[in-house]
Design a binder for this molecule. Structure first.
Ligand SMILES: Nc1ncnc2c1ncn2[C@@H]1O[C@H](COP(=O)(O)OP(=O)(O)OP(=O)(O)O)[C@@H](O)[C@H]1O
Ligand SMILES: [Mg+2]
Length: 257
């Protein structure tokens, strides 16, 4: 049974693409067959983290949404490039061509196409886990995509604006039946993670699946590679591996709890 994990956040720059790509690598390291879909057609970024240049993208998710490509032709297997020893890792990038980004894609059409894309992957490939990276904010696209997920990871930073945004978004997503977990990212070393986690779980009434430290080296990496793959023993990578393990362990019984 393919598991669908949607990564979203109310505000931009919380770390969605960083977390989606690091989770993908860790899940593949655990032996899973993983596919990442960059559904953020307005500000795509996943391709950069996987070392794909704009010229090497070929057919993209945007091309599929515009009716210019079949979904099966947009999947790029990056397992060899990323030297995945166990599982497999594929990505469906979004177009980084100005004209494509500027094209106004209607949400309703996007949703139906997103649903069909996921149906294709579930029915016609051996992928175990689909990770969907999304555009920030509350919009129809994101909510409808979240409704397709078995799990929604809502990424927040330790910041009141993020807390309030996550609260509102989760309320909406709960109405759509989504199973929302918070990922707390960019936590400073002077912010005690356990106390912060407790405070957030209590005030937002949502489970925190992981607390990730603010990591200067990730900034210096400039989204040119997937951090946890190169720095396996770094605290950030260990925490990502823990989240990947708990996501990998989530089964049918506790998915829709
Ligand atoms: N734990 C972290 N510590 C330090 N920097 C981080 C961390 N996580 C992400 N970053 C950095 O923060 C910036 C934004 O990250 P990222 O692009 O993953 O966010 P995003 O939520 O996908 O953004 P957008 O909303 O624009 O899609 C990047 O420069 C990234 O390297
Ligand atoms: Mg992003």
């Amino acid at each position: 049974m393919t598991k669908i994990i949607v990564v979203q956040s109310f505000r931009g720059g919380t770390g969605k693409s960083t977390i989606a790509s690091n989770l993908a690598v860790q899940l593949a390291t655990l032996g899973k067959r993983v596919l990442v879909i960059d559904s953020d057609t307005r500000s795509p970024g996943i391709h950069a983290l996987f070392g794909l240049t704009p010229e090497s993208l070929g057919s993209t998710f945007t091309d599929y949404l515009l009716g210019h490509a079949r979904i099966e032709d947009t999947i790029k297997d990056v397992s060899e490039q990323l030297k995945m020893p166990n599982g497999t890792l594929s990505v469906i990038p979004s177009s980084i061509i100005l004209g494509d980004i500027a094209t106004n894609l209607s949400s309703r059409r996007n949703f139906n196409k997103m649903r069909r894309a996921i149906e294709y992957v579930v029915d016609s490939t051996d992928v175990d886990i689909i990770l969907v990276d999304t555009h920030p904010g509350v919009n129809e696209d994101m909510l409808l995509t979240a409704a397709l997920g078995d799990v929604v990871l809502s990424v927040i930073r330790p910041d009141n604006q993020d807390y309030q945004g996550a609260h509102v978004t989760a309320e909406l997503m709960r109405k759509l039946g989504s199973n929302v977990h918070l990922v707390l990212n960019k936590v400073h070393r002077r912010q005690p993670p356990t106390a912060l986690r407790r405070k957030i779980e209590r005030s937002l009434e949502l489970p925190v699946i992981g607390v990730l430290p603010f990591t200067e080296e990730i900034m210096f990496a400039e989204s040119q590679y997937v951090f946890s793959q190169k720095h396996k023993s770094h605290p950030f990578s260990k925490k990502i591996a823990e989240i990947a393990t708990s996501l990998g362990d989530i089964n049918e019984d506790n998915i829709k709890a």
